[in-house]
Each structure stands twice: as C-alpha cells, then as structure tokens.
Design a protein around this ligand. Structure first.
Ligand code: PEP
Length: 247
C-alpha cells in the first residue's frame, strides 16, 4: 500500500511563504523517485495559490476542514464541493483542534465526511485520545467510539483515510512508543474498521510530532499507512525528510 504523507499547515503561512513552500515541495517531488502520495493542506484562502504552485507535480492539495452543507448561511465555513471545484483531492475532517476549538461532535464529523465523499474528495478522518483518556486505559474505547460515530456508510479504502492522532502527542514533541502505535493501529484495523467492513486496505495514518528523526521507525510499523504532519510540514527540508523516510 503506498504511504500517504499529508502536511497540515494549520493557521500558518502567508502568500509568499506558502507559495515558496509549495514550489519547493513540487520541485522535490518532480525530482524524486520515491513512491509516496504527498499532500499539503494549507489555510483555505491559500488553496488556489497552492494548487497553482503544485500543478504539474505529484503533490496534491487538501482542505483542513469542510462544512457538511453544500451552501448556505454558514459564515466562515467552506463547502466540500468548493474544495473539489478548486482542485483539492483531500479534506481533513475531525481534527482534534477543531473538535476542541469548535466543539465538533462525532455526528458533525460524520456529516462532514459524507459531504467530502459526495464531493469526490478523499476524507482524512482524525481520531485520537487525550492523555487523561490514555492514562485511564480508555484509548481504544475512545478511538473505537470516534470511528463508530464519525464514519458514514459507503466509505471505501479509496475514499477514506483514518488519521490516528493522540491529542497529547500533537505539537508536543512527544510520541507514543512504537509498540503502542502498532497496538492501536492494529486495533483500528482489526476491530474498529472491520466492523464497518473496511479493515482491509484502508490507510491509517499516524499523526503527532512526526519529524525526520522518528519518521522511518514509525512508517515501518505494519498498519501505519503514512503520516499526518503538522509542525514538520512547514519546511521543505523537514517535510521532505519525512517523505524520504517512507520504506
Ligand atoms: C497535527 O496537528 O495533525 C499534527 C500531527 O501536528 P504535529 O505534527 O505538529 O504534532
């Protein structure tokens, strides 16, 4: 299964810096023989510029979120069909920062995933436990519940990607042990996704403080289908270093 390395720029980059980053990645990708799917998810207003900067390269572009409605009175939101119209391939949905900052529920994430699929996008559905939940031994219950509540019927390995991102590892420099990553990815594939009939072939990304120095060992784990990368996606050197670490 080809790994997917997706960069989540979050609320970073402006016109000049975002364009330069995208052009740098497009150049690297055009010169590389590495077989990995590469995507960047810039802030929504930058999407047309980043699509332009990465055209004629294998770098794909995604939105960081989408609304569940196709249009209407939803100030500040972006529809999945507009993302698709602009040329996006992916939409991240249910990132823990949106679940925390905007109170997004599993039901809303499910509706967003449905909207992404209806628009022809690949949905990157984020799940992950807090540190307190892991310490209480509840990581699998939490992640299993999020998958149950956030995945609509009708997704396939070609249209849905899961990103397992322990909340306590995002932006902290901390990561779970390799054994813990392997265990929860195995749980997601064999239990949580299997009950949706999706266990085989669906990519499960790991996200949370992935950087060039730890990417190779994380990406070598069976069941880790790639990485969702925040901070380290903001320089060509770091992001490309992660891509180069794909086995
Ligand atoms: C993220 O926010 O999706 C993420 C994984 O961030 P970081 O790589 O900075 O931990």
């Amino acid at each position: 299964m080809t790994k997917l390395i997706a960069g989540n720029w979050k609320m970073n980059c402006h016109v000049e810096s975002g364009t330069a980053l995208a052009r740098g990645l497009a150049d690297k990708a055009n010169q590389s023989s590495k077989s990995a799917d590469v995507a960047v998810c810039p802030p929504a207003p930058l999407i047309p510029l980043i699509i332009e900067a990465t055209k004629n390269s294998p770098v794909s572009v995604g939105g960081q979120d989408c609304h569940w409605e196709d249009s209407g009175a939803h100030t500040g939101d972006v529809s999945a069909s507009l993302l698709a119209d602009l040329g996006c391939t992916y939409a991240i949905v249910g990132h823990s920062e949106r679940r925390a900052d905007h109170g997004e529920t599993d039901a809303q994430v499910k509706a967003k995933t449905e909207a992404a699929l209806a628009a022809g996008l690949i949905a990157i559905v984020c799940v992950g436990e807090t540190e307190a939940q892991r310490d209480a031994g509840d990581a699998e219950t939490v992640v299993g519940g999020q998958i149950e509540g956030s995945l609509p019927a009708g997704g396939t390995p070609d249209t849905v990607v899961i990103a397992y991102e322990p909340v306590w590892a995002i932006g902290t420099g901390r990561t779970p042990s390799l054994d813990d990553i392997a265990a929860i990815h195995g749980f997601i594939r064999e239990k949580a996704l299997a009950s949706h009939g999706l266990g085989d072939g669906l990519r499960i990304l790991y996200g949370g403080s992935v950087k060039p120095s730890n990417a190779a060992e994380i990406l070598a784990i069976e069941d880790v289908g790639g990485a969702l990368v925040g901070g380290a996606s903001l320089t060509v050197e770091n992001f490309w270093g992660i891509i180069e670490s794909c086995p």
